[in-house]
Design a protein around this ligand. Structure first.
Ligand code: BGC
Length: 724
């Protein structure tokens, strides 16, 4: 009896002590975990396994008996996808699923503004709730390694730091609405060709420094609830059964508590996937009970190949996500395609437009002097919410360029339209069926020229579209499609006031266009409000502040995957031979001049930088470097400058990129005013990953801190030392 009492007393003391030492948040986490254990105890093995695989296109099983709902999900980056049928990809023909079309991933990245990523996430979360979706399959932020990748438009950037800042805020935005973000595709889905088979051989350093940081940040700083394993293999193992990526790094090292779900049809085995970290198998078509994580998993457990403890861990993760989302207290009802959401789409679009060239200050347009505008090009009337194989949105509305220009300039100018080219390309067609898509249409060009001759200004809307840039395939070249170059040449020859607006989500060859004396504007697949944001930017109501989130190479062969002949790979293997030299890290270090560099973009005003200083001259590991400098708006209108801080190691003992982005900030500065910029950089963020020691190392010695307006436009330099 005495013994029992002592035992009880001790246990009680331990529990009290346990709770005494934990924060309120940890306390509720402990309580939640014990509640989840209670639920799991009530479940039969078959019920548990039903939760681990898809039971329809966009859901996995629940347990009715215990009031556990299905885990519903939906794509995706551009907005909440329209409702499709439960078992096939056809529209469910709902009338309540029209949504806000949000700017594409690279457009969000071009804002260089984490607040915009957050705004995006909040809208997506609210619309997901209105549609009763627990998981949003978004954001997607694989590194833009290769300019032709068909999904570059969905992804953010070539730079891991910019990627991470945006990913964290997108996730936080979505999850602020009690909806789970599903960050994807983990990891290295950097090309679409052979994506289902390709084995990406990537060294540890490149993985740690380039391909994983945004995922790590989204997990640790954004607390992402779910993650999607990629289709491809990394270093010999499918991402859906990659012990290193899923168990060692994601779950153990980063402490990920949520769900790993496979990409659709991206599971290849039962026990290997279950034991190496996959939690839910998702896919497209049934019979669902035959999937790897259905009957075969049940059999694997019975045969002792997968432990029931492992199954419990997966169920625990799913319940944990549900208790934080659909089963959370105070779960918001959500709303869809509201005016506020349209305003958010406008705000994001207005910060994403990149002014690449403004010869003769053609822009902003002098509205009082312009009496006629020729709007030319298929993209002026095209919508981008859907198309190709990628997830699309049934947009409640989408303002085209022509509609936006008419609304903004129509009262004072005569606006006429000519198509200029035909967009003859379908993602679903064979190469033979698409043959000739790059040929100019001489009749349409002649019409466009005739119109351009009569107008004060020509606005040429070209670029690509959602068929040409699509999931499932990569582009074959950097060239502008549909004979657009011929159209540009013909129109610019007859109208000296031509503004070339390019709508696309990835780099293109603009060598010819750059040489012409005109204005060039990059305006992405910019969401429901694209046309209004574009027109307001052309009119000067918006001062452009977008910056390129990736390099535009001068030629394809300058880009690392092509220079090193590693794309698309041989025998379904591609070696990332460039290692850490991805994007501007490659061009800068190899002294290759790009067409447009990372971080580039003009404004209608000018900014001058001065007076850089740091709070100290020497630092040690763990310190913060406070960097200060001034930026003056030298023009006549207010504008936003994106200040970029790159760091360069002086004389490194290991090979390092010439410079790396370590901080940035977008600041609004009134005309003639000077802003004092204060940004800090963690000394720990100067580390490189040592493969030999398998850890991050901050190398002592001298570093340069470069305050820049783009990766090639360094305005101020400070020097600091990191002590041993
Ligand atoms: C894509 C994922 C998407 C899934 C469901 C896959 O083909 O790679 O990004 O979430 O389909 O639509």
């Amino acid at each position: 009896m005495k013994n029992i009492k002592i035992k009880y007393a001790t246990t009680f003391t331990i529990v009290v002590l346990m709770f005494a030492n934990v924060s309120a948040q940890n306390k509720s986490e402990l309580l939640l975990q014990s509640k989840i254990s209670g639920v799991i105890k009530k479940m039969a093995l078959e019920e548990k396994i039903a939760m681990l695989h898809g039971n329809a296109l966009f859901s996995s099983g629940g347990v009715k008996r215990l009031n556990i709902p299905e885990l519903t999900s939906d794509d995706g980056p551009l907005g909440v996808r329209e409702e499709i049928k439960r078992f096939d990809w056809n529209s469910a023909n709902w009338t309540t699923d029209s949504a806000t079309f949000l700017p594409n991933g690279s457009a969000i990245a071009a804002t260089w503004n984490p607040e915009m990523a957050n705004k995006y996430g909040v809208v997506l979360g609210q619309e997901a709730n209105a549609r009763k979706k627990i998981v949003m399959l978004s954001p997607a932020f694989n590194i833009c390694r290769m300019p032709l990748c068909g999904r570059t438009y969905e992804y953010y950037s070539e730079d891991p730091f910019l990627n991470a800042q945006l990913a964290v805020q997108s996730v936080k935005g979505i999850q602020s609405q009690h909806v789970a973000a599903c960050i994807k595709h983990f990891a290295a889905n950097n090309q679409e060709i052979d994506r289902g088979e390709i084995n990406a051989l990537i060294d540890q350093r490149a993985l740690r420094e380039i391909y994983l940081p945004a995922f790590k940040a989204a997990v640790q700083k954004g607390s992402a609830y779910t993650i999607m394993s990629a289709y491809n293999k990394v270093n010999g193992y499918w991402c859906s059964e990659n012990d290193f990526l899923l168990n060692q790094v994601l779950k153990k090292e980063w402490g990920f508590k949520g769900i790993v779900m496979s990409d659709w049809g991206g599971t290849h085995h039962t026990a290997e996937a279950a034991n190496n970290g996959l939690d839910i198998e998702m896919g497209s078509s049934g019979p669902y009970d035959q999937w790897y994580f259905a009957k075969p998993l049940l059999e694997a457990v019975k045969a002792g190949k997968v432990s029931e403890k492992m199954i419990d861990d997966k169920v625990r993760r799913i319940l944990w996500v549900m208790y934080h989302t659909s089963m959370s207290t105070g779960h918001p009802a959500g709303s869809i395609a509201t005016e506020a959401h349209g305003k958010a789409a406008y705000d994001i679009a207005s910060e994403s437009i990149v002014l690449l060239k403004n010869e003769g200050n053609l822009l902003p347009l002098k509205t009082d002097k312009i009496k006629s505008i020729a709007v030319i090009g298929d993209n002026a009337i095209r919508t981008f919410a859907s198309g190709g194989y990628g997830a699309g949105v049934k947009a409640r509305y989408e303002v085209t360029a022509l509609a936006g220009i008419k609304a903004r300039f129509g009262k004072t100018a005569d606006i006429r339209f000519a198509q200029g080219y035909k967009a003859n390309y379908k993602a679903s067609n064979s190469d033979e069926q698409n043959a000739g898509y790059d040929k100019p249409d001489r009749v349409l060009i002649a019409d466009a020229v005739a119109l351009a001759k009569t107008a004060d200004v020509a606005i040429l809307c070209i670029g690509s579209n959602r068929e040409y840039e699509s999931e499932g395939h990569d582009r074959k070249s950097l060239e502008l499609p549909f004979g657009e170059q011929a159209l540009v040449n013909a129109v610019t020859a007859v109208n000296t006031n031509t503004i070339i607006v390019i709508m696309a989500g990835a780099p293109y060859d603009l060598n010819e266009i750059k040489k012409s004396c005109h204005a060039i504007v990059w305006s992405w697949f910019n969401g429901s409000e694209a046309g209004n944001a574009l027109a307001d930017m052309l009119a000067g109501d918006i001062n452009p502040s977008g910056r390129l989130p990736f390099t535009f190479p001068a030629t394809l062969h300058d880009s690392p995957a092509f220079a090193l002949n590693t794309y698309p790979g041989k025998e379904r293997t591609t070696e990332y031979k460039e290692g850490i030299l991805v994007g501007y890290r490659w061009y800068d270090t190899k002294k290759i001049d790009p067409l447009y560099c990372f971080g580039y973009g003009l404004s209608y005003t000018r900014f001058t930088y001065s007076g850089i200083s740091t709070d100290r001259k020497t630092y040690k590991t763990g310190d913060k470097i406070d960097v200060m400098f001034k930026v003056k708006n030298d023009g006549k209108i207010q504008g936003k400058e994106t200040v970029q801080l790159y760091v360069s190691k002086v004389k490194s003992s290991v090979s390092r990129p010439e410079k790396e982005l370590k901080a940035f900030k977008k600041v609004l500065i009134a005309p003639t005013k000077t802003a004092t910029i204060r940004i800090s950089i963690n000394v720990n963020d100067l580390a490189y990953f040592s493969e030999k020691q398998n850890k991050w190392i901050v190398e002592p010695g001298d570093y340069k801190i470069l305050a820049a307006s783009s990766s090639k436009d360094i305005r101020q330099v400070a020097e600091i030392k990191v002590m041993r």
